[in-house]
Design a protein around this ligand. Structure first.
Ligand code: SAM
Length: 271
């Protein structure tokens, strides 16, 4: 199972209060190290190229755009790119990048997808397991619902997530070394609750000068079939599912999926 490393937008109903974890907890915790740790993840070029192709010149919205790892290169290709994120610290990093001003940013919660008068979008996408940052099935379902309202006719929603193990991994508590050098140790400490389909963790950083720094993260994971149900309830259908952004076929062995949902009901099979 591939996990992202690991922010304040208040919710009136308190539904987000998972052990004190809020929509901006991840982003505000990781903004200063995000590009160092994840800036060169493989697949960036394929992700950008695929989203750009699907948009075919139309406007694009990335949910959970973070520091603009994907949104900024997309905008460099000439696309109209919007990025939504709950973390002010992440969005500050995006704006500070060369070309960051080409991305229109929206501070907000991806369970609500408020983008003012922007849209509708030809492509809305959410990469790198970011959907699972929404801490409940209801909020993930709501995200699909809100996205459907922001899609242009015939537009698509593309989601990249890991595939949970079946049965779920039995390791409940784990400590791994993330970084170890003469000046710094970062431990990745995590706990899985297979009944709730959640993974919670901290990247704990120890430095002589800075002491201890906690970077919390929390994921509520679901199966590809769960996401298909959310899409259907929101009036979308699965058009294609790949194992990665190169379009490699998805199969039972795939550990991740890139799923493309098209607005509207599934076409009837030819008679
Ligand atoms: C794993 S990072 C991915 C960033 C970027 N998409 C990338 O691939 O590099 C997840 C991002 O989602 C944002 N995020 C988490 N929960 C959110 C929420 N409820 N609403 C909006 N953004 C959220 C975080 O602030 C963070 O920037």
């Amino acid at each position: 199972m591939r996990l992202p490393a690991t922010g304040t937008i208040a919710r009136a109903d308190g539904e987000r209060d998972v052990q004190g974890y809020r929509p901006d907890s991840y982003g505000d915790g990781f903004a200063d190290v995000y590009d160092d740790w994840y800036g060169d993840l493989p697949g960036l070029h394929d992700t950008v190229r695929t989203v750009h192709r699907l948009a075919a010149g139309g406007p694009i919205l990335e949910l959970g755009c973070g520091t603009g790892r994907l949104a900024v290169p997309l905008a460099h290709l000439g696309a109209e790119v919007h990025g939504l994120d709950a973390s002010a610290a992440m969005l500050d990093r995006l704006r500070a990048k060369p070309g960051g001003d080409r991305v229109t940013v929206h501070a907000g919660d991806m369970a609500e997808v408020e983008v003012g008068a922007a849209g509708p979008f030809t492509v809305v996408f959410i990469a790198f397991n970011t959907l699972f940052n929404l801490p409940s099935e209801d909020l993930q379902r709501r995200c699909f619902d809100r996205v459907a309202r922001h899609l242009a006719p015939g537009g698509c929603f593309v989601v990249e997530c890991f595939v949970p193990g079946d049965p779920p991994e039995t390791v409940r508590d784990a400590v791994e070394v993330h970084t170890l050098d003469a000046a710094r140790v970062v431990l990745r400490i995590s706990r899985q609750d297979p009944d709730a389909s959640t993974l919670s963790g901290q990247h704990v950083e120890f430095t002589e000068a800075g002491g201890v720094r906690l970077r919390p993260w929390h994921l509520r994971y679901g199966t590809p079939e769960d996401l298909d149900r959310f899409a259907a309830a929101a009036g979308m259908h699965l058009e294609e599912r790949w194992a990665d952004w190169t379009g490699r076929p998805f199969d039972d062995e795939s550990t991740a999926h890139v799923s493309m949902y098209r607005a509207g009901p599934a076409p009837r099979p030819a008679e």
